[in-house]
Design a protein around this ligand. Structure first.
Ligand code: NAD
Length: 260
């Protein structure tokens, strides 16, 4: 089945991995709904670029901390573009801090954006996907959905939660022609990681080069950052007919990190 004309929501798609997925989807003829923080002019520029592939685009500014706005993102998509066929839960934030110094409000924010927002998008989208008899749910988890690193308690907790949510949802929608999978990337050099390099250098009292070589890429046996295009290609594959029987799984793209 061609993916041309399908409608995808990608949360947190104004930069990084989400934007990469939106670009990959638009090139494949999928209409894309963009979401995330950012400058209105830049967001319009992104829409123009995506639209140049001949697809419809929409921007919705739902704050992924707020359930009412998240529901509105899904309902507005169905109202304006006619369906929600593919849901990519990608919005995410990070905070690097020791557990005994971790700010409680930051903990709540990370759990809300990185985990609970996916519950709200999924619970809203599934009823439409069931009616259509087709759907794809892709949760951008992380290698940190499978293993831990110190000083990332909220992030690791949220990402492990997403992996669990993925399995549960997959079982519930298995007979509805809907699949639900997680992608678990290793380190991708996006704004999120650039900030983390600086934070980790401060927290551990080492240089930024040491963070990259001795911490981030130490875990990746290929010694290469994952690219947004590689994550986008995997997401596109999960939408294909060949992936119909792949559900409830976590696909690692981590240069061997979690194999060790
Ligand atoms: P990024 O900072 O480039 O992008 C994050 C996106 O989320 C942006 O569009 C931002 O506007 C949006 N966002 C943040 N808070 C939001 C809120 N309250 N409401 C709506 N949107 C919000 O980061 P990225 O690296 O592209 O991360 C994307 C996802 O990939 C995250 O879930 C992250 O955990 C995951 N991930 C990233 C890496 C990596 O190395 N970069 C590795 C594994 C997993």
């Amino acid at each position: 089945m061609s993916l041309k004309g399908k409608v995808a929501i990608i949360t947190g798609s104004t930069s990084g991995i989400g934007l990469g997925i939106a670009r990959g989807f638009a090139k494949a003829g999928i209409n894309v709904v963009i979401n995330g923080l950012g400058d209105k002019t830049e967001i319009q520029g992104i829409r123009n670029e995506l639209g140049s592939h001949g697809v419809k685009t929409l921007y919705h500014d739902a704050d992924m901390r707020l359930p009412g706005q998240i529901t509105d993102l899904v309902e507005t998509t169905v109202h304006k573009l006619g369906s929600i066929d593919i849901l990519v839960n990608n919005a995410g934030i990070q905070k690097v801090s020791a557990i005994d110094e971790f700010p409680p409000d930051k903990w709540d924010e990370i759990i809300a954006v990185n985990m609970s927002s996916s519950f709200h998008t999924i619970r809203s989208a599934v009823k439409h996907m069931r009616k259509q008899g087709w759907g794809r749910i892709i949760n951008i988890a992380s290698a940190h959905g499978l293993v831990a690193s110190p000083f990332k308690s909220a992030y690791v907790t949220a990402k492990h939660g997403i992996v669990g949510m993925t399995k549960t949802v997959a079982l519930e929608v298995a007979l509805d022609n809907i699949t639900c999978n997680a992608i678990c990337p290793g380190y991708v050099k996006t704004a999120l990681v650039e900030k983390q390099i600086a934070d980790t250098a401060r927290t551990r009292g080492i240089s930024e080069d040491q963070v990259v070589n001795d911490i981030l890429l130490a875990a990746q046996w290929t010694k290469k950052f994952v690219t947004v295009e590689q994550v986008a290609g995997t997401a596109l594959f999960l939408c294909s007919d060949d992936a119909q029987n792949i559900t409830g799984t976590s696909l690692s793209i981590d240069g061997g990190w979690t194999a060790a």
